[in-house]
Design a binder for this molecule. Sequence first.
Ligand code: FE2
Ligand code: FE2
Length: 393
Amino acid sequence: MPDSTPKQRVELEDLSLHEGASVLLRRALSGLAAGDWCEVHGDSAELADHLAAWCRKQGLRCETQQGVSGTFRMESAGPVPLISTSRTEIAEAAEADWGIAPRGARIERGGPEFGFTLSQKRDVWARELNSIYSQAAANQWSAARDIPWSELPKLPMDVEAAVSQVMTFLTENEFAALYVPARFIPRIHPHYREVVEVLAMQVVDEARHGEVFTRRAEAGAAGLGTTAVSGQLSLKTLLEEPDFTTATFLLCVMGEGTFLTLLKFLGDHAPDPVTAVLARLAHRDEARHVAFGVEHMRYVFEREPEIRLSMASAVERRSQMLASISGLSPYVHDALVVYAGGGLSIAQLRAGARHVAELQREMDRSRRERLHSLGFEPGLAANMSAYHTKNFM
Ligand SMILES: [Fe+2]
Ligand SMILES: [Fe+2]
């Protein structure tokens, strides 16, 4: 019998181990150092046998207190070694042994390696993450509830075909915008959970955009349009970009930034109320995606201003890879002209072509302005905007 006095006493009364007594035992042991003793008293049936078995399983010594019925002593193995993390302090580098634990939790040592390769704050962080996330959560909309599908008129066939072609093009781009963040999410250390949450919302937004644009095309008489090789090649270069910051710059700043102008145009020139609502709701979501991209770039540029040049080369490199592509696919170009002009008459085509030329100028202007706000010199911003893919995304 050890002579040290017990550091803890537990009274179980008639509570047996399988009825919950183990909760009290673990609580008592958790406060003890290795080698400390805990005295247990109880009068449930077979407590001696059950306690002995329980202690054997935990690797603890257990002894009967001689001469005192229903009294036992257990020797603590000491507290389980835990790693403490701060909930509020965002570490510059997240440790591999924090595993998949929530920030602020106590973490048992010896967990598995997850291989989160984006584990530096600089890799993924942005300001305004909480505000972007809460806006995203508050502004979720539903394809079934928020679109006036019953108000879709029967449009002239040429205009309906143009709308469907535009919807087909938008949907391809939505897939790209969904896959890019989706492939990075499992690489981001969960210590930076705000980034994971914002990107997860972005994925949900893109899934909904793809759904409604496809549904709009299928709701009319024309059905889905044609997907061009040029558009696919352009999107493939986005999907294959291996670096998170570069991919975020190309997708969220350059691509989705350009799409903001496109969606505004589609809302303003929409031939029917359904298409107009879709374009406006998607525009609101895209503004948040652009905000994340811009804030991430700001965070990176403040620390590593020279990364601006890497971004400029990434835009140029992508343009060289796409050099064989002459420009915007004729399917999309022609559809935009008919969409904005309202038909195929000479006057309508002339008006539509003028609107599309204005659209492209406005895209260029807003790209340059966004790049300028990120600290790119006007000359470099103009070059980068000119190099940006003619397929918009
Ligand atoms: Fe989208
Ligand atoms: Fe987006």
